[in-house]
Design a protein around this ligand. Sequence first.
Ligand code: AMP
Ligand code: GLY
Length: 430
Amino acid sequence: MRILVVGSGGREHALCWAIAASPLCDALYCAPGNAGIADVAICVDIGQEDLPALVGLAQREKIDFVVVGPEAPLVAGLADRFAAAGIKVFGPSSAAARLEGSKSFTKDLCRKYGIPTASYERFGEVEAARAYIRRQGNAWKDRPIVVKADGLAAGKGVIIAATQAEAIAAVEDMLSGQRFGAAGSQVVIEEFLQGEEASFFALVDGAHALPLVAAQDHKRVGDGDTGPNTGGMGAYSPAPCVTPQIAERVMDEIVRPTVRAMAAEGAPYRGVLFAGLMLTPGGPKLIEYNCRFGDPECQVLMMRLKSDLLPALIATADGGLAHFDLRWHDETALTVVMAANGYPDAPQRGTEIRGLDQAAAVEGVTIFHAGTRRDGARLLANGGRVLNVTAMAATVAEARRRAYAAVDRIDWPGGFCRRDIAWRALDAHT
Ligand code: AMP
Ligand code: GLY
């Protein structure tokens, strides 16, 4: 088969790495890719936003199957375009991608179908939102108030407001349209949930859901979960907090009801469904859905996957998951994100990275590129998150030791990483 992967991050490098290893894969393309992806795929410089050019590329190169990594092109309708061109695709239709593209759509779906999530209301104008914040702010007592822009906001659309005044200011900011544009024309105001967060993944073929494995991300930029939110600074899997019993509940109470609901709403979901969960004392609750693999969660999932990825992705697109099974390594996979100095606010581009070969020689280590490019023989940083140093080992502690041993062999003064990835899992064991 001739395969095209769309995207340019560490997630797409991990997907390309797994697909390239499949005996079913004869040719692998990636648009636009990065310097690491170029080792396993033919990179074509077409951005993820240029939907017609991506379809044109697939037609020109006689692509049999397309795998879309990021959410924005899915929400914009890239899967629909491939389907219309008669090309098989992994990734939901635009209508189904509303699970990520519109928070109010997802919250209303949860309410209608009894899927556990934070209590909420949604608003399109300030006055009603303000009244709700005043009323609920008192009912929720000292807990923060969560304000979310409805649409895609590159991870910046969630404000955890400590006071009612702060929540009202956030609503005014979003609804003014200045900071989030159309993504902020609706806001969701919701209850603050307490508990441990986990990332849960399932493949969904429109009717059936096949659970993958869970992972835990680290959203804040600094050690000890401090500083601003990021796309994710590290991840590991398995996540000990997602016990088999909790995974069963997530499938029964959240994922399967969502699959049925989307089919009933006329927008059957096909692709990977990523549930951001809060494990509350009252059970698992949905924080948000994403219509794609997590980044960097995908990197640890691909390390742990023993089975061939490609047949699973094809079965997802074909409606063939009812009797599908996947096998996983029991070991822990852990990834440390190395980011360019200044990330997330103003990452510095163009600094040189050395020593990757020595780093990749550490036992159990694979390095995925997130934002890199080549300049002759030199490897340069070309984004906020730049490298994902990923290790597998029998224990969390050993996976972490290996990952940081590799990090310490990388010569890159222009970058940094967190030093405490998987602290929750290690605390739980000591
Ligand atoms: P998101 O951009 O939707 O992933 O949200 C960013 C982060 O905000 C999440 O990872 C959570 O840590 C936090 N968050 C979002 N909604 C809630 C909520 N209702 N209660 C507590 N934390 C939340
Ligand atoms: N790492 C979280 C995400 O991909 O949204």
